[in-house]
Design a protein. Structure first.
Length: 476
C-alpha cells in the first residue's frame, strides 16, 4: 500500500534516528536560504557608494606640475646675438617643458593639499584643478622623498572642503575602500575594492615600506589621490601599483594616513621636510636562525647590530644584540616596521621601546630628538684643473646621513654636482662618499680641500657608492 506523501513524512519524523539526522540538514538549508536573499525593496536595489563619494570628491583634486628645461647652447647664443646684433639666435632648438600629472587631497580648509612627492619632483610650477573646475596656483611647502609625500598650499584666499584624516591602524584585511583620482588624465574617477593586505614592505617606493595593499583599480594619474573608507575618511594616499603592462592588475599600494598626519604636522610647523626622530643605532632583520638562538618564536623584531656613542639609543641603554619588539606598545616585525612606527613619534618627549635581551623582556624609554649636525657641514667646492671641479662636498653628520640616507659615517659626501662640470664628466654622483684620495684617508672636507689644493698629476679616488667601494684613476 502506498502511503500519502504527508503520511510518509510523518512516519519518517516519527523515527528518532532519521529525524535527528535530518534536523541539522534542514537548519543548514534554512541558514543558506536566509543568507541568499533577493532585495526586499526598491531601496535595497539602489544601495550605493554614492553618498560616500559625494562627501569626499570635493576634497580630491588634480595636480599639474611643470618645469622649463633651458637649452644651454641656445641661452649662450641668445646672449651673443643680443649683445652684438640686437636679435635672438636663429634656428636654435627651443626650451623643453617637462610636465607631470597626478592627484592630491585637500587635508586642511586653509588650502593644504597632500600629494605624492614623485608627482611634483623637480617641478617649479604647480597648479591644482579643483572638483568645480577652478584652477589654482600652488606653493610647495614640504617635499619628502623618503615618504614619497609633498604638501602644497593653494594660493589666494578661500575656504576649501577638507577631508577627515582617519586612522589606518584601524583597517583590517577585507574592509571596503574607494580609490579616487585622475587616472590617465580622463577626469576624476572612483574605483572600489577591498584592503588586500597591510604593512606591505619591500615595495621599493619609499624608505618607509609599510603600505596598504588594495585591489581597487589604481592607474597612472591616480598617484596622490585618496584611499577612502566607508565613513568618508582618508585612510591612505595612493602611491604605486604592481604592473607589467602599466595598467592596474589589482595590486595597488597606498601610504597609510598616519604618515600623512605626521607630514602635514611638519609642514604646519614650517619644516621643509618631515621631522623624524633619530635613534642612533643600526638594525637588522631577525632571521629564523637568529630567532632560534635568542629564543624568539616566531622570528620578529629588529636586531640591534651597532649603537652610536651618546645617541638616544646609547643614553636609553640599548645594546648590541638587543631585539626591538615594540614601539609605543605597537608590535613590529622588522626594521622597516620600526622605522615607520618610530618616525611617526615626532621629535619631542620620549617613547617606550619594548625589547628582548637574553630572553628577558624589558622596556626602555628613548628620547625623541632630531639628528644632530655634528660635525658641521663645512661645504667645499674645489675649482681649477681637478676631477672634483663642479662638485660640492660636505662632512657627514647624523643629520646629513639621515637626510641623504647614508649608512656610513666615514669620509665626506658629494652633496651636489653641477650639470656639465668636470666632476659630472668623470662620473661623480650626488651621495658618493669619498673615502680617500691618492691613498690619503679623508676625515673631513678640510682634508679634501688641502689635498686638492696640493695638486697632482694623477688622482686615485676611492669612493663608496650605495655600499660598494670603487677606486678610479684620473689624469691631473
Amino acid at each position: 500500500m502506498r502511503l500519502p506523501r504527508y503520511a510518509l513524512a510523518a512516519l519518517i519524523l516519527a523515527i528518532p534516528g532519521i529525524a535527528a539526522a535530518q534536523a541539522p540538514a534542514r537548519q543548514e538549508n534554512r541558514a543558506v536560504e536566509t543568507a541568499r536573499t533577493v532585495p526586499g525593496s526598491a531601496t535595497d536595489v539602489q544601495l550605493s557608494f554614492a553618498p560616500v563619494v559625494r562627501g569626499v570628491t570635493a576634497s580630491v583634486v588634480n595636480v599639474y606640475g611643470a618645469r622649463v628645461e633651458k637649452n644651454r647652447r641656445r641661452a649662450v647664443m641668445d646672449e651673443f646675438f643680443r649683445r652684438f646684433f640686437g636679435e635672438q639666435a636663429p634656428n636654435m632648438a627651443p626650451d623643453r617643458t617637462q610636465r607631470s600629472l597626478g592627484s592630491g587631497v585637500i587635508v586642511d580648509a586653509s588650502g593644504l593639499v597632500v600629494t605624492n612627492h614623485h608627482v611634483i619632483e623637480n617641478m617649479t610650477e604647480v597648479k591644482v584643478a579643483l572638483n568645480d573646475r577652478r584652477e589654482v596656483e600652488a606653493e610647495i611647502l614640504l617635499r619628502d622623498p623618503r615618504a614619497d609625500l609633498a604638501v602644497l598650499r593653494l594660493k589666494g584666499a578661500g575656504k576649501y572642503r577638507a577631508i577627515e584624516i582617519g586612522d589606518a591602524d584601524g583597517l583590517e584585511v577585507g574592509d571596503l575602500v574607494l580609490a579616487i583620482g585622475n587616472p590617465f588624465g580622463v577626469g576624476q574617477t572612483v574605483t572600489q575594492g577591498i584592503v588586500s593586505g597591510l604593512a606591505r614592505t619591500n615595495v621599493g617606493v619609499t624608505d618607509y615600506g609599510y603600505f596598504i595593499q588594495t585591489d581597487a583599480a589604481i592607474n597612472p594619474g591616480n598617484s596622490g589621490g585618496g584611499l577612502v573608507d566607508m565613513r568618508g575618511r582618508l585612510v591612505g594616499v595612493n602611491s604605486a601599483i604592481y604592473s607589467q603592462s602599466g595598467g592596474s592588475v589589482g595590486i595597488g599600494f597606498a601610504i597609510p594616513a598616519n604618515m600623512v598626519k605626521a607630514v602635514v604636522a611638519s609642514a604646519k610647523a614650517g619644516a621643509k621636510t618631515m621631522q623624524r626622530p633619530w635613534l642612533g643605532a643600526s638594525l637588522q632583520r631577525v632571521s629564523a636562525d637568529i630567532a632560534e638562538g635568542l629564543g624568539l618564536d616566531p622570528p620578529s623584531g629588529a636586531l640591534v647590530v651597532a649603537v652610536r656613542d651618546k645617541s638616544p639609543a646609547d643614553v636609553a641603554g640599548l645594546k648590541r644584540g638587543d631585539v626591538i619588539l615594540e614601539v609605543d606598545g605597537r608590535a613590529i616585525d622588522d626594521p622597516d616596521a620600526f622605522g615607520w612606527r618610530f618616525a611617526l613619534r615626532g621629535i619631542s618627549g620620549e617613547t617606550p621601546l619594548g625589547i628582548n635581551r637574553g630572553s628577558v623582556r624589558r622596556t626602555l624609554m628613548v628620547r625623541l630628538q632630531g639628528p644632530p649636525e655634528i660635525p658641521a657641514r663645512e661645504p667645499v667646492a674645489p675649482r681649477g684643473r681637478t676631477p672634483f671641479t663642479g662638485a660640492t662636498f660636505v662632512n657627514i653628520s647624523p643629520a646629513v646621513a639621515d637626510e641623504m640616507r647614508l649608512d656610513i659615517s666615514d669620509g665626506v659626501v658629494v652633496a651636489d654636482v653641477e650639470e656639465g662640470s668636470t666632476a659630472e664628466r668623470v662620473g661623480l654622483q650626488k651621495n658618493d662618499i669619498v673615502l680617500a684620495i691618492n691613498n690619503d684617508r679623508l676625515a673631513s672636507t678640510k682634508d679634501l680641500d688641502r689635498t686638492v689644493r696640493a695638486g697632482a698629476n694623477v688622482w686615485q679616488v676611492t669612493i663608496n657608492r650605495g655600499g660598494q667601494t670603487l677606486t678610479s684613476v684620473f689624469g691631473g
